[in-house]
Structures are given as structure tokens and as C-alpha cells.
Design a protein around this ligand. Sequence first.
Ligand SMILES: Nc1cc(-c2ccc3cc[nH]c3c2)n[nH]1
Length: 204
Amino acid sequence: MHDLRTWTSDVHRTVDDTPYGGGPGMVMRPEPWGQALDAVGAGTLVVPSPVGKPFTQADAHELAALDHLIFACGRYEGIDQRVIDDAASRMPVREVSLGDYVLFGGEVAVIVIMEAVTRLLPGVLGNADSLTEESHAAGLLEAPVYTKPAAWRDREVPDILRSGDHGRIARWRRDQSLLRTAARRPDMMASYPPSSLDKADRKA
Ligand SMILES: Nc1cc(-c2ccc3cc[nH]c3c2)n[nH]1
């Protein structure tokens, strides 16, 4: 963690200023950011932003494979664009959005990204199999999950899950994933490769 004010030189340790072109709020000054990024060295710079590329599980896997991640947490109306442009001349930069809503700053977004990335690192999750079954891993939403008791408030666990027939259970789960994804995330269905449907059919 680095305090951006470390790289200020005025008595008030100023990190923001008014936006060129007018408009509400303040913009983060380039000088402190430039010196801070120089100081932390090269890596892949991850910048949470409302205007970034939507962050996906695939992005989490890509970041988990990298040696050095640098997270830039902005505040106010954002960071002077020249900071991003200057950094991109020296290192990979990823501006990422967590969703179509606006936060106060990048800190919470960085916490979310760090959790999504670190849980993919070898040895972090107790059961690595969880990574292959979870939502978004196979391009679909996960099937519903159940545990004991078999009946709870007059609601029974689907019989198939108690049948011991693992082939039929796998098929049921895949079908439930497809139904759930089609209902809640038709955008994911659009990119779900039909070829893998054939493979799953063959497997089950
Ligand atoms: N997905 C998403 C990111 C943000 C975000 C990220 C950084 C800053 C800096 C100032 N406001 C910010 C907002 N809002 N929503």
C-alpha cells in the first residue's frame, strides 16, 4: 500500500485539482501519480474505472498468471488521462469496470479484483475442483446447490441429487446451468460455444 501524498511537494500535499474544460468535482493530478508509478516499478497496471473494460472471470485468470500487479486506486472524478497514457508507454495497463454503477473510488473495486485473482492462485483454495465447477468457469452460471437435511420447511432436495447416478447428476446440473443462464444471463448464452453443448451431451 502506498500513500500517494508521499509524492507531493506542496505544504498541503495536494493530489487533486480542478478539471480543464470545467465541470464538477476535482481530477487527480498527474505529477504525484507519475512519480508513484515510477517508484513502484514495472508490472501490469490495473486501474478500476467506470469506463473500463468489464472485468470477467477470464480476466481474473489472466491476472492470476502474472508476476507483478500494480493497482491504482483513483478518487474524485478520476485520474488525469495522461497518467494512464504515460504508464501504457512503459507497461501493460488494464482499465477495468466491475459493473455499470459508480463507486466513490477504486479501492473497493481493487479488493474485489484481488479476491477474484488470489483465489485462483495455486494452493489458495482448499479444493481446486471448486474452480472448475463454479459459475462463469465453464461459461455458464452454476447449478443450484443443496446440502443436508433432505427436507427443510417442506422443501425437498431434488431426487436426482440423491440418486448416486453421477452421469445423470452431471446432466441435470448442466441442464440447470443452461436454464439458469438463459433466464438470468442471455448475454452469456450468446457466447456459449454450441460445440461444448455437443461435448457435454456426449459426456453425459
Ligand atoms: N465499476 C466501477 C468502477 C468505479 C470507479 C473506479 C475508480 C474511481 C475513481 C473515482 N471514482 C471511481 C469509480 N465505479 N464503478
